[in-house]
Design a protein around this ligand. Structure first.
Ligand code: SF4
Length: 286
């Protein structure tokens, strides 16, 4: 069993690899790789879809209004942003916030798997439709799944997967914000459950190769009691303020979290810095 310090160093190495990655065509159009930021030994991870424009410039995830909301919701449950790790399924921005292509998802999946393997979270919250569908390998939409945890194998680690609406959607729709807030309130309970039982090989040894993100089937499913609405209609206004992390398109169940276009995103970096020249590619670890 390697120590947290060793895992942190290995995470830095993975970042170094990703920073110069040319595995898919997105390297031609990105400004910076957005690897992720936060606690390298976090029990709680958030996984969004892909970087938006400001993130691409700054090299950090969730910079903008949606990120600020994410921080606020964490504060409401007594957690700070530096206690969690935040990243996206895709580390480079798709041009014009288009949907990621399957070959890009496939090429990038190893980075997320390595992050999960090295950070060793107990709980992974997927943010929005895209990340939820991808990690569950299922087309069920976020309006049906939000607030329901299930135990899933992600790469080589078994985690409690907990789908949530994308904060960008909640920026524009008060009812979605209340659903998101209610789902957030269950996070401490999920964290208190601790790690789900891990595969026999242990997280240091690959259990199996998954062809994309996630595993084909849940290890065990549990339904949560959080409130739900049939179809949230949560769709950030195209052309809304800010920029941001992509939120994803509709889920086919009438709920969709639409692309924020060039809308708002979150805030590890104060908003006023978003127009400044980008810093060096960064891995912000706590
Ligand atoms: S999206 Fe992922 S696989 Fe593609 S170039 Fe960026 S880091 Fe590499």
């Amino acid at each position: 069993m390697i120590s947290a310090a060793e895992r942190r160093e290995q995470l830095k190495s993975v970042f170094e690899q990703a920073r110069d990655c040319t595995r898919c065509a997105l390297h031609q159009t990105r400004t910076r790789v957005v690897f992720g930021s936060g606690n390298a030994d976090a029990d709680l991870m958030f996984v969004g879809e892909a970087p938006g424009a400001n993130e691409d410039l700054q090299g950090l995830p969730f910079v903008g209004q949606a990120g600020k909301l994410l921080s606020k919701l964490l504060e409401e449950i007594g957690m700070a942003r530096d206690e969690v790790f935040i990243c996206n399924t895709l580390k480079c921005r798709p041009p014009n916030n288009r949907d990621p292509h399957p070959e890009e998802i496939e090429a990038c999946s190893e980075y997320l798997h390595r992050q999960v393997e090295l950070i060793r979270p107990s709980v992974i919250c997927t943010l929005g439709n895209f990340a939820t569908k991808l990690l569950r390998r299922d087309q069920t939409g976020i309006s049906r799944l939000h607030g329901q945890e299930e135990v899933r194998l992600i790469g080589a680690r078994v985690v409690r997967l907990y789908p949530l609406y994308h904060p960008a959607a909640a920026l524009y729709t008060p009812t979605t914000l209340e659903l998101l807030r209610a789902d957030f309130r269950r996070i401490p309970e999920l964290l208190a459950m601790g790690d789900p039982p891990q595969p026999e090989a242990g997280p240091d040894e690959p259990v199996e190769a998954t062809d994309q993100l996630g595993s084909a089937a849940p290890v065990q499913a549990r339904r949560a009691s959080s409130s739900r609405a049939p179809g949230d209609g949560a769709r950030p206004s195209p052309g809304g303020p800010g920029d941001g992390t992509r939120a994803d398109a509709s889920d086919g169940a009438g709920s969709g979290v639409g692309p924020p276009a060039h809308g708002a995103e979150g805030s590890m970096v104060p908003e006023e810095t978003s127009a400044q020249p980008p810093p060096a590619d960064q891995l912000c670890l706590f």
